[in-house]
Write a protein that binds this ligand. Structure first.
Ligand code: PXP
Length: 241
């Protein structure tokens, strides 16, 4: 494979719209442009506080998307009820705290084993592929397999935020080890959070990672160069050497 698939996260298109509670910009049309430009997947996070993506966006994207639809969500009873009735292709279970600026850490899979097991089972019965957003930690990878997930998404936030070169390299190695471990256990492996045009290459080069979910940096670049160019530039940065 020449590169991982790109899951374009449309959350921050909705953030701009919600800032004025208006109709624009609309994630639906821009997701279509992103797909035409080469993004193989649309990712969105329907948060409990509905701060950016709204239910309307989810329902419309289910109808209009051409590739895969990956819904990030907390495993709450209300969200489960919604997706069991209207399932996407894939669900990525994430932790959610109301006060956070963005998803700050991975799921504590071990601590929530029983609840996760039940939620994952129900989703799988509906044909939904289930991924867990976890820190790049071997224990969390093993726990993800134990609770029945088919995939994991490794949190790249620490790698992206680290300015010290040595510490960043260490974090990169941790991601690589977790990805290898996931693959050895038979789990599919994605990565995401904070990835941009400058830092994506070492993560994109990892053969074990077959999916990258990227939002903020693409939406920000699209303001300068347009959505099509922003997606194509990211796909170019993701090419494996
Ligand atoms: N993956 C997950 C699980 C996320 O929660 C987010 C942020 O919504 C992303 C990927 C994308 O992160 P970013 O917007 O920083 O590219």
């Amino acid at each position: 494979m020449k590169r991982a698939r790109l899951g374009f996260n449309v959350d921050h298109i909705a953030t701009v719209r919600q800032a004025r509670l208006s109709l624009w910009p609309d994630p639906i049309g821009l997701a279509a442009i992103a797909e035409v430009a080469g993004a193989e997947q649309i990712t969105l996070h329907l948060r409990e506080d509905r701060r950016h993506v709204q239910e309307r966006d989810y329902f419309l994207l289910r109808e209009t998307k051409k590739g895969l639809l990956n819904l990030e969500m907390a495993a709450t009873p209300a969200m489960l009820e919604l997706v069991l009735k209207h399932p996407p292709d894939m669900v990525t279970l994430v932790p959610e705290r109301r006060q956070e600026l963005t998803t700050e850490g991975g799921l504590e899979v071990v601590a929530c084993e029983e609840g996760l097991k039940k939620a994952i089972q129900k989703l799988k019965e509906k044909g939904v592929v289930v991924s867990l957003f976890i820190d790049p930690n071997l224990r969390q990878v093993e726990a993800s397999l134990k609770v029945g997930a088919q995939r994991v998404e490794l949190h790249t936030g620490c790698y992206c935020n680290e300015n010290n070169v040595q510490l960043r390299l260490k974090e990169q190695q941790r991601i690589g080890e977790a990805a290898r471990h996931a693959l050895q256990l038979g789990l599919g492996c994605a990565a995401g959070h904070g990835l941009d045009y400058a830092n994506v290459a070492p993560i994109a080069a990892m053969e074990e990672i077959d999916e990258l979910n990227i939002g903020h940096s693409i939406v920000a670049r699209a303001l300068y160069v347009g959505m099509e160019r922003a997606i194509k530039d990211m796909l170019q940065c993701m090419l494996r050497p």
